[in-house]
Design a protein around this ligand. Structure first.
Ligand SMILES: Nc1ncnc2c1ncn2[C@@H]1O[C@H](COP(=O)(O)OP(=O)(O)OP(=O)(O)O)[C@@H](O)[C@H]1O
Length: 231
């Protein structure tokens, strides 16, 4: 369970996140939507302790993420390319993570085999450094890395952005499979209302840092969001 309490982030006079309370239960697929600047990435960054909140706290299984370290072994995340080691090739990067997570070569192969269709022969066995990959292929590496090591929570910021249409469908299939096989809690922010509503059990809509809708009814989710976004 991720618990957010009295959370505020302020830059000078601007309050960009303001969430009195929000609980994300284990194994939920939690979607986060909102217009540009609504505070989605900032909220993810606070959850990952990449940005300190001005007030309040985020805890994972009762541990305040800004005061403890143990939660880091339970969380995998891909927010942007800064999280990668761009001077490595994809194979070198996965091998580095394998050692960090203390996985066997078989474990790594088994994990990466799930991404074979998504990688589409563009990622593994290439001599290209991550910094030279296309935006979509970079994202695929980041997503595969975020899901490595059996994390309990996987956080993905805009996972569908820059992916070609076939890759978007493949990624969606992969996340659905992973949801069915494990009890991973997914936190996914997206501007793609169709994908996020297809995938997620619950969608939270942020506006100027505040939760203005918390949707759990699959039947009316799409309609409510289309009404809000005028789509
Ligand atoms: N370091 C910073 N200094 C000042 N303002 C910041 C900083 N980081 C974020 N902001 C502001 O916080 C607000 C929320 O930004 P954030 O990136 O979280 O929004 P978002 O919902 O992820 O947007 P998008 O959909 O465009 O990615 C924006 O107004 C942004 O300008």
């Amino acid at each position: 369970m991720i618990t957010i309490q009295n959370l505020k982030k302020q830059y000078k006079d601007a309050v960009v996140v303001d969430i009195p309370t929000l609980k994300i239960p284990k194994a939920e697929c939690f979607g986060l939507v909102g217009n540009n600047g609504a505070g989605k990435t900032t909220l993810f960054r606070i959850i990952l302790d990449l940005v300190r909140a001005t007030e309040g706290q985020v805890s994972l299984e009762g541990e305040d993420v800004s005061k403890s370290e143990a939660w880091k072994y339970k969380v995998g995340a891909y927010l942007d390319e800064h999280m990668l080691l761009s001077y490595l090739t994809a194979d070198e990067y996965f091998e580095t993570l394998r050692k960090i997570y203390n996985l066997s070569e078989e474990d790594l192969e088994q994990h990466l085999s799930k991404f074979e269709e998504l990688f589409n022969d563009e990622i593994r066995g290439k001599k290209k450094y991550l910094r030279d990959l296309s935006k979509g292929n970079t994202k695929k590496v980041g997503i595969a890395a975020a899901m490595l090591g059996n994390p309990e929570v996987v956080m993905l910021d805009e996972p569908f952005e820059n992916l070609d249409p076939s890759s978007q469908v493949r990624l969606k299939k992969l996340i659905i499979q992973e949801k069915a096989l494990s009890h991973v809690t997914f936190l996914i922010s997206s501007h793609d209302l169709n994908h996020v509503t297809d995938l997620c059990d619950r969608i939270v809509l942020l506006e100027k840092g505040k939760v203005i809708k918390d949707l759990v009814d699959k039947g009316s989710m799409v309609e409510e969001l289309n009404m809000y976004f005028g789509t």
